[in-house]
Design a protein around this ligand. Structure first.
Ligand SMILES: O=C(O)CCC(=O)c1ccccc1C(=O)O
Ligand SMILES: [Mg+2]
Length: 369
């Protein structure tokens, strides 16, 4: 495959409703959409999913864009890439910067799949034509508001509810939701808002039949999570601190890997994410696909990737209408009985909507032969 053109669209989409976490408040989601063209005219699409603020992990959209243009693109331009798995080894001289690497690698995967005339579902040996999905709910102003929001999503059919929590907005919220919905799959995500001084809070949360507690402690901590796991029965799910299969192995050996929230972008692309899927699958570990408020491009990838063997819990992959009024693809992902269909056209199986791209973004040519 020879790359003949690389373009990006810098997009910013308003969220249908603002999203509050333990660390911030999001009203819009910005992302860059990459388009890579090969010598035959095949076009791959991919998404740079980093947030504008470095408050989830270290990367921001701007830092990732700089690394991508100055350090990563020169490593793939004029290289004869036979398979997308060749891309990540080319990046070995660049440390970290996982989301920047993932953006290019996944775009080249789409271009490759289209050359091969294969869907991602087929490339990933998908197990089913649709997947069970969940929804992640931001911190609400009151218990009354939270119950109304949860009720809406339960009625819509979502198979698992995740509540964001923060100190003082935790036990009473969980208790109210559990009492109102005794049988739903329920979990919480703290986004690193607690420390070991808060063990008593987790011992209380341990009484509400939660499927898991996501990332209670530091975004790069392993030890404290292991210490907490010894004291509670609810599995701890790791998100922020998992950047590679080595991190998964470390957490597993320390005893803090109750479950993994896998985001392809956070671990540097499909090549690395697949290693994590294989590790978890071989050991029967709990694994599910996380989300980054992706546009339809990143969402299509998550849906196809999560349809393979090894994913065994509904992820943060919601329908298009949970996030944005308008998206930048022509297709839309709809919830049907708690499930979303896996695209079956070549590659990601989605097409860009030119009108939406120009309404919500700007076009940039990054490279052309
Ligand atoms: O629905 C989604 O796309 C993900 C929702 C979510 O929980 C999240 C959203 C933004 C940043 C971090 C997280 C997270 O998983 O911690
Ligand atoms: Mg999380």
């Amino acid at each position: 495959m020879n790359i003949t053109k690389i373009e990006s669209y810098r997009i910013k989409l308003p969220l249908l409703s603002p999203f509050k976490t333990s660390y911030g408040y999001l009203t819009h989601k910005a992302m860059d959409i990459l388009v890579v063209t090969d010598e035959l005219g095949n076009q791959g699409f991919g998404e740079l999913v980093a947030f504008e603020q470095p408050d989830y992990t270290e990367e921001t959209l701007e830092t990732a864009r700089l690394v991508l243009v100055h350090h990563l693109l020169p490593l793939v331009i004029n290289k004869n890439i036979h398979h997308p798995n060749d891309v990540i080894p080319l990046f070995s001289v660049v440390r970290g910067n996982w989301m920047a690497k993932s953006a290019i690698e996944t775009t080249i995967w789409d271009m490759y799949a289209k050359r091969q005339k294969m869907s991602f579902a087929k490339l990933f040996h998908s197990q089913s034509t649709d997947i069970e999905v969940g929804v992640s709910i931001g911190i609400q102003k009151s218990i009354f508001d939270l119950l109304a929001v949860v009720s809406g999503y339960v009625d819509a059919g979502y198979r698992r509810i995740k509540l964001k929590i923060a100190p003082n907005q935790d036990i009473s919220f969980v208790k109210a939701v559990r009492e109102a919905f005794p049988n739903i799959l329920l979990m919480v995500d703290a986004n690193s808002a607690y420390t070991l001084n808060d063990v008593s809070i987790f011992k209380e949360l341990d009484c509400y039949e939660l499927s898991m507690i996501e990332q209670p402690f530091g975004y790069s901590d392993f030890l404290e999570h292991a210490i907490l796991q010894k004291q509670i029965k609810t599995p701890i799910c790791l998100d922020e601190n998992i950047r590679s299969v080595e991190d998964v192995i470390l957490a597993h050996h320390l005893g803090s890997l109750g479950a993994v929230n896998l985001k392809i972008s956070r671990v540097g692309g499909i090549f690395q994410a697949q290693k994590i899927v294989d590790y978890c699958n071989e050991r029967g570990l709990m694994l599910w696909c996380g989300g980054m408020f992706e546009s339809g491009v990143g969402r299509a990838l998550n849906i196809a990737f999560a349809s393979q063997q090894g994913f065994n819990f509904p992820g943060d992959i919601s329908a298009s209408n949970r996030y944005f009024e308008e998206d930048i693809i022509n297709e839309s992902f709809v919830l049907d009985n708690g499930r979303i269909s896996v695209p079956n056209k070549d590659g990601l199986g989605v097409s860009l909507n030119e009108e939406m791209l120009s309404k919500y973004g700007t076009h940039h040519i990054l490279y052309q032969v």
